[in-house]
Ligand binder design. Structure first.
Ligand SMILES: [Zn+2]
Length: 214
């Protein structure tokens, strides 16, 4: 089997020369058009350029670092908007880097900064289990949780879009992740409210500090 394989490789050698000619023709076409579109015609050349493009995509993503606040988020206007608890329209919520999570724009802007600092420290983005919750979602949660473990609908900081329940280690007091947040979150406008140490004990619950906790 090995011998047959070697022979078949030799047989295809002249084809490689043809392919090179094709690539050369492709380069000429590229040079004359000035674009980076595949000039077509040579399947090998197309396959080669596709091969080149594929592995370069992932490192670019990594090198760009932690995600940045989407341009259409408006943190300065967020505090003036007066929606009811759990009634913030989708278009005024700001998506977090974590899939399906969102916050009020000012809390989100601060979160992106905190997330970037966390990324620098731990080499990964923050883990978010829950962020903004609609009134209906809070009602579901309230009905399904033991008494005292979820705020009544209309009373949760999650409904204001300024609270996040974190994971990835933060959900346990005394972990490096929890202690790092204790030491650093406030600098980015996020706090662990006093009640969450004991009543009930929720190490995972963090809030954007808009002054209402003073
Ligand atoms: Zn919470």
């Amino acid at each position: 089997m090995i011998g047959r394989h070697a022979i078949s490789t030799k047989v295809t050698a002249p084809l490689a020369g043809m392919a090179l000619a094709g690539i050369f023709a492709g380069s000429l076409a590229l040079a004359s058009s000035g674009g980076d579109e595949d000039p077509g015609g040579d399947r090998r050349a197309a396959a080669l350029s596709a091969h080149r493009a594929a592995p370069s995509a992932a490192p670019e993503e990594r090198e760009s670092g932690p995600p940045k606040l989407p341009a259409d988020c408006k943190p300065k206007e967020a505090a003036d908007l007066d929606h009811g608890n759990g009634r913030i329209p989708d278009e005024e919520l700001c998506p977090l880097p974590q899939e399906d999570e969102s916050l009020r724009a000012d809390a989100a802007a601060a979160f992106y900064e905190l997330n970037a600092a966390y990324h620098e420290r731990f080499g990964e983005e923050m883990c978010v289990r829950s962020s903004y919750r609609s009134y209906e979602r809070q009602a579901e949660l309230y009905a399904s949780m033991p008494a005292g473990m979820a705020a009544a609908p209309g009373n949760s900081k999650h409904g204001l879009g300024i609270a996040a329940d974190l994971c990835g280690g933060v959900e346990e007091e005394g972990t490096p992740q929890f202690e790092w947040l204790e030491d650093n979150a406030e600098e980015y406008g996020w706090i662990h409210p006093a009640w969450a140490y004991s009543n009930p004990y929720e190490p995972w619950h963090w809030e954007f500090d808009v002054g209402q906790n003073d």
